[in-house]
Design a protein around this ligand. Structure first.
Ligand code: FAD
Length: 271
């Protein structure tokens, strides 16, 4: 169907982003291709390597999936910040990633976990690494005749702790800024520290701040040493919710908070 109408059509998954866009007349595709009746897309699969989330898994389905939580706690810690329960009951995690809004939480997690998108089109199946998938604001490398059938969030190495935090004017609103952190502690010192941001960049990405903290004890580290690397990555914009300066300040403070939490998580999960 997408091969026939792809250039003049849009995939409809949960409709939680697409329908508001149609309501606001920001897009007017001639065709909607509703995938909700397609069998086999509604599964979460947990393997030794990754958590694979099918295109019809609702945010709420991922949130409540115990095996996915055990394999990758960051998924539940983050997806519960996506909108409100009613929206999470309908909106899909893959749809959120296909929508490629850098204000969305799950694109940031796909980046931080070095994940990929599985796409199917007339010429077959391909796996698209996150850094080749997100091209710009609301722009991906999916062809109009391709369907994202699943995303894979690789499991992080065993000693890696994670954390997510964000601030919004009201719980469930899009965040003014959000941060996900993945930190590894080995023999009492930091060996790796990486961050991904929500609402303060154009495109989801990852900042590796390991160089600023490597070899330090987590209880003594000054996380502000990461600030220059973080600020160089951010491209916040002002809007009615917050100024660009406030968003940048919030993002750096949340980076300190999540790095510290992720370090504690690394220590407690390897104890
Ligand atoms: P749809 O709305 O159906 O589709 C979105 C876009 O992705 C469309 O362009 C569609 O063609 C494309 N698409 C969807 N699935 C596929 C696929 N499998 N293959 C190819 N293309 C596809 N999101 C957040 O991340 N954080 C928030 O805080 C947040 N707050 C919200 C608050 C409100 C009031 C609302 C209405 C929505 C909010 N959302 C938020 C958006 C929500 O998470 C959406 O569910 C999600 O962004 C899109 O998923 P969907 O399944 O609804 O996709």
């Amino acid at each position: 169907m997408l091969e026939r109408v792809g250039h003049d059509g849009k995939v409809l998954a949960g409709g939680q982003s697409l329908i508001p866009i149609l309501n606001m007349r920001l897009a007017s595709p001639a065709h909607l291709v509703d995938i909700n009746g397609v069998a086999g897309l509604d599964r979460v699969e947990v393997t030794d390597d990754a958590v694979r989330v099918g295109a019809l898994v609702r945010h709420a389905g991922l949130e409540s999936h115990e095996a996915a939580y055990a394999a990758s706690p960051l998924l539940r810690r983050t997806v519960r910040h996506v909108a409100h329960p009613a929206i999470r009951n309908r909106g899909t995690t893959v749809g959120s990633i296909a929508h490629a809004d850098a204000a969305g939480e799950m694109p940031a997690i796909l980046a931080l976990t070095d994940g990929l998108v599985e796409a199917v089109g007339p010429s077959g199946t391909r796996e698209i690494p996150w850094h080749d998938f997100f091209l710009g604001a609301l722009e991906t490398s999916l062809a109009p005749d391709e369907l994202a059938v699943a995303v894979r969030f690789p499991r992080l190495p065993a000693a890696t702790g994670t954390a997510f935090a964000e601030r919004a004017r009201r719980h469930g609103d899009y965040a003014m800024a959000g941060v996900a952190a993945a930190v590894a502690v080995s023999d009492g010192v930091l060996t790796s520290a990486r961050l991904s941001f929500v609402s303060v960049t154009d495109v989801p990405g990852v900042v590796d701040v390991t160089a600023a903290v490597h070899g330090q004890a987590p209880e003594e580290v000054d996380w502000a040493a990461c600030d220059d690397l973080v600020r160089a990555h951010l491209t916040p914009e002002s809007d009615i919710h917050a100024t660009a300066e406030y968003r940048a300040m919030l993002a750096t403070r949340l980076a300190h908070l999540t790095l510290a939490r992720a370090a504690s998580d690394s220590i407690s999960s390897s104890a």
